[in-house]
Design a binder for this molecule. Sequence first.
Ligand code: PHE
Length: 449
Amino acid sequence: MSEIKQRASFGTRMGAIAASVGSAVGLGNIWRFPYQAGENGGGAYILVYLLCVVLLGIPVIMSEFVIGRSTHKNMKGALRQLSPKSKVHHFAYFCVIGSIVICSFYSVVCGWVIEYLYQAATGTLAGHTPAEYSQVFKDFVGSPVRGVTWTVLFLVINFAVMLLGVRRGVEGVSRVMMPLLFVILIVFCVNSLMLPGSHKGLEFLFSPDFAALGWDGVVDAMGQAFMSLSLGIAALVTYSSYFSDDSPLMKDAVTIASLDTLVALLAGVVIFPAVFSFGFEPAAGPELVFEVLPSVFYQMTGGYWWAILFFVLLFFASLTSTISLSEIPITFLTEEFKMSRAFATLLCAVVVIVLAALCALSFNVLSGATVAGMNIFSLFDYVGSNVFMLLGGLFTAIYVGWFLHKQVIMDQLAVRGRTSSFDYNYVVQCLRFFAPVAILIILYYYVTA
Ligand code: PHE
């Protein structure tokens, strides 16, 4: 049998889209986007964000799809095949390390999600005053045993899914969890919109306040588009290497970006009307989800169920993202080092569990271990999001925009043998000019901030 025949692939186009949307939709959409929009002028931030998705997000998704689908290989094998005479394939190490760094700190937050889910289900999360919820959260992250245990438990679930393989594990889980995630979100939206005074939340989220946006807000929106669409570390190269050759890539990229954006907006529609309706402060920042929302849910009728449902939603969103983060090193190890999937999964699990435990401990026993004023968790977050994703995106955009053979891009953009010149020009011009300039601005801003 040929190598390609033996290689796994997604079973259906729906499954491939579900997995990619699963990668994109994560804590970034439900936890980060709403509070960033809240802090940065609502509608003004959303407008800039939408522009970033169109000019930066979709073209960079396409650049990753072109690399992955044209070769059906992991990032290293793909770059080696596309540019056999150059050394660009070494860039794949950067992506693999980036995915491990991001997976490690991200899993700590996923650990918080499942502890909250457990507490909501057993009833112990209920019955606190708003001030006490901040304490509940601080107690939790302050406890080394609890922090590490829940993080490790989450990662065990994550790597158990990975053991099942691309089709049964990655695709199977995404095909179940993604539709359920949308159903839960819509139920929440309807509930939020029916709360008295919900319009104040919608006004807060959507009315554009350009004065509050500022330059910071623009840079945040660009960075958020990158994080939210899972760009720069070959997550989408890896997934698209399992796509079938006849799926219309451009359409798929637009669908994935649109669904990801829709989830972010719906998350805002769920959160702000509820926060306003019960008289809470909307500008809570990152603690919004863990410290403010529990109080909000328990004031609603059926609060027990709302709390559970919300943390189930977050669990689905985060698991499908860590699955895509784990697939990057696993595909790399199985193809480049000829490891079995089981062995590669185990190896990744051990490495990520150790690093994630260090991140969880950085809130308590290791809080004194800091680099440039950041604890290990913040350092991983900072380096993962700002260095790996952004530099990775810069590389991918320049490589595909300037160096990849035109025919490879044309072939991948083709639908039933024909390539629209609009699609080609849109993707290539954005990759050549807009994406590198935008990424350099974000990088400059983060470095000098
Ligand atoms: N896109 C995910 C989110 O919004 C995070 C992620 C980044 C997932 C990179 C995979 C790869 O939360």
